[in-house]
Design a protein around this ligand. Structure first.
Ligand code: ADP
Length: 229
């Protein structure tokens, strides 16, 4: 119950901040700032960014509440290469903008039984972070270790800003962000890794992270091998 209350409190705060900005800046525009073209553009950009943030927050919330609905897993055969490729496509604009080099070491034919939607949440959020916390001209490597009998491992590494040992303990908590000001500028909600962790838990898997500040980060998602249903 305490956790639930904390969550609602944090959520209200996270929602309140963009709403205050949107209300404030639109009021200032209505009160006359509209006449100044340059100022108007600046304020509308802020309103746009804050409403995007709000929208991301709501999307993540919907995902989290669905993850916590108890239900059976929906196991189907998933082509991992295609899932990764399709996800990268969603972020092609950001990848180009940062001139990132992407290396995929996954057999194009590799298909595994899994819950596709949960796997998609995991892969999408990890790829998004590998882009977001990378540096210009950085690299992202994505591979699958498929040699163990009872499990397989999805591995994603980046050459970005890295995560300290202290923060490693907390990054999977809902709303936890290492550098609030930095995350603000790059548009995160602090819920991405919580979605990842809760999806991994629902699949009875494990997640590990290795990282070095200013060198980069690697996430290992260890998942059981499901059988056809
Ligand atoms: P956010 O929406 O802020 O990205 P996440 O839950 O996805 O939230 O991640 C929590 C925090 O963990 C981020 O704010 C960031 O500080 C840190 N983080 C996550 N992934 C990476 C990464 N690949 N490299 C460096 N820091 C990361």
């Amino acid at each position: 119950e305490k956790k639930q209350l904390d969550f609602v409190g944090n959520l209200s705060h996270e929602i309140k901040t963009p709403i205050t900005a949107i209300t404030g800046f639109s009021e200032t525009l209505l009160d006359g700032a509209l006449d100044d073209k340059e100022v108007s553009k600046q304020f509308i950009e802020i309103i746009h960014d804050e409403s995007t943030k709000l929208s991301n927050l709501v999307d993540d919330m919907i995902t989290i509440s669905r993850l916590n609905e108890h239900g059976n897993l929906n196991i189907e055969l998933v082509n991992i290469f295609k899932l990764v490729k399709d996800t990268l496509q969603l972020f092609s604009h950001e990848i180009e903008k940062k001139r990132l080099n992407i290396r995929i070491e996954i057999d194009e034919e590799l298909s595994l039984y899994c819950d596709k939607l949960k796997l998609k949440h995991i892969i999408t959020n990890l790829i998004q972070n590998a882009i977001r916390y990378n540096l210009e001209n950085g690299e992202i490597k994505i591979k699958v270790q498929n040699d163990k009998k009872n499990e397989w491992v999805f591995v994603i590494s980046d050459t970005g800003i890295g995560i300290s040992d202290e923060d490693k303990e907390r990054i999977f908590e809902r709303f936890y962000r290492v550098d609030k000001s930095h995350s603000k500028t790059v548009g995160g909600t602090g819920l991405g890794l919580a979605v990842v962790k809760e999806s991994v838990d629902a699949l009875s898997g494990r997640i590990k992270v290795k990282s070095q500040i200013n060198k980069g980060t690697t996430f290992y998602v260890i998942l059981p091998r499901f059988k056809a249903r």
